[in-house]
Design a binder for this molecule. Structure first.
Ligand SMILES: CC(C)(COP(=O)(O)OP(=O)(O)OC[C@H]1O[C@@H](n2cnc3c(N)ncnc32)[C@H](O)[C@@H]1OP(=O)(O)O)[C@@H](O)C(=O)NCCC(=O)NCCS
Length: 331
């Protein structure tokens, strides 16, 4: 017999299978001073607190028993059988509803999670949850996750090192953007790139960002990336750059593999990034690494682009890559 405690733990599968079911009756939250469930009342849930006993029960029962309440909620059961040890489901659901301005109280049973939220928002909440499920179902599945142990330590020349960036690295990274990008876009392009790498990337995204330095401590390559807080399972590479003197030697691929390993370890299943349609090297590099170019609204030089993606005239090519065994090879 399958144990009721062996539910689904995989966040992507949990989200894909949310399958929200709305309870027919409205629920209310009631506080009982004497700490006892009144006769004839069958609460859905009870919570014993220092201040007394809370009941969650159908509104009709509370009315029949003369119990006072002021919060009337709709109950939504997520029908996927979630494991109590699953990580991230409540956060993902609450975040998606919060983005829509919907407050939500969650009660976990052994089999399912149950949401209680304002009745007037029920329809919108179900639509948001179904959209979340659809997005999770559309994500590619990993085949074999890349692990940091798979990365070839020997690829970097002797004396070179890789580390996470720190706040003090901001200026030296910004300083190379003009030359490393080959003056792309002229001065405006250089200013735009520096503005896209402000201090916050060296404060808040360091765990998933990397610098490679040579034996004299000179910066040779860097990658700035993070895990999407809004889209579980998606990692994002914001910038990657290699000193022109060291390009076409595998460092870009190595950085992507290092980042992918960290992202997979944190639950990511795909990696995304964008580039300017005029950056043909970047398009070639990402294509070679197995990225797919997402459909755009027009083409520039035969490449699908998203018009005004980042502002008027700032068109972008958008890439997606599943994180699986075929993904960015480390060497
Ligand atoms: C794009 C960039 C990061 C690539 O780094 P790199 O270290 O030179 O790339 P790699 O050596 O790891 O190349 C990986 C693969 O892509 C291919 N590739 C890289 N640059 C390419 C180019 N310009 N044209 C065609 N293929 C290219 C390599 O041949 C290699 O393929 P292979 O494994 O089949 O041999 C580097 O050229 C760069 O820093 N450019 C300037 C900054 C930039 O445009 N960044 C990207 C946008 S944020």
């Amino acid at each position: 017999m399958t144990s009721p405690f062996n539910g689904e733990r995989d966040l992507q599968r949990l989200l894909a299978g949310l399958s929200p079911r709305v309870a027919a009756e409205p629920y209310v939250f009631v506080a009982v001073d004497d700490g006892r469930v009144p006769a004839g009342v069958e609460p859905f849930a009870t919570v014993r607190e220092d201040e007394g006993l809370s009941l969650v029960l159908p509104q009709r029962q509370a009315d029949d028993a003369g119990l006072a309440y002021d919060y009337v909620a709709v109950g939504i059961t997520l029908q996927i059988h979630s494991d109590l040890a699953a990580v991230g489901l409540t956060a993902a659901v609450a975040t998606r509803l919060a983005e829509a301005g919907i407050s939500c109280n969650v009660i976990a049973g052994v089999h399912h999670d149950h949401l209680f939220l304002p009745r007037a928002r029920a329809e919108q909440a179900v639509a948001e949850l179904e959209r979340l499920a659809k997005e999770a179902a559309a994500l590619p599945r990993p085949i074999v996750p890349v692990s940091p142990a798979d990365l070839p330590a020997g690829l970097l020349p002797s004396g070179w090192s890789v580390r996470h960036p720190a706040v003090d690295d901001r200026a030296r990274v910004q300083a190379v953007l003009g030359q490393w990008w080959g003056g792309l876009g002229g001065e405006a392009g250089a200013r735009e790139r520096a503005a896209l790498l402000p201090r916050l990337f060296f404060q808040h995204f360091t765990d998933t960002s990397y610098l490679i330095e040579d034996d004299k401590g000179r910066l040779v390559a860097f990658l700035t990336g993070f895990l999407s807080p809004s889209r579980p399972g998606t990692a994002y590479v914001h910038f990657v750059g290699v000193d022109p003197a060291a390009q076409r030697d595998g460092l870009g691929r190595w950085l992507y593999a290092r980042f992918s390993a960290a992202a997979v370890a944190r639950g990511a299943r795909q990696v995304e990034c964008i580039t300017s349609p005029s950056n043909q090297n970047s398009v070639a590099f990402h294509t070679r690494l197995g990225f797919r170019i997402n459909p755009g609204d027009r083409t520039v030089n035969g490449i699908p682009v998203h018009s005004d993606h980042d502002g008027p005239g700032l068109h972008r090519v958008a890439f997606t890559r599943p994180l699986d065994a075929r993904g960015p090879r480390p060497a």
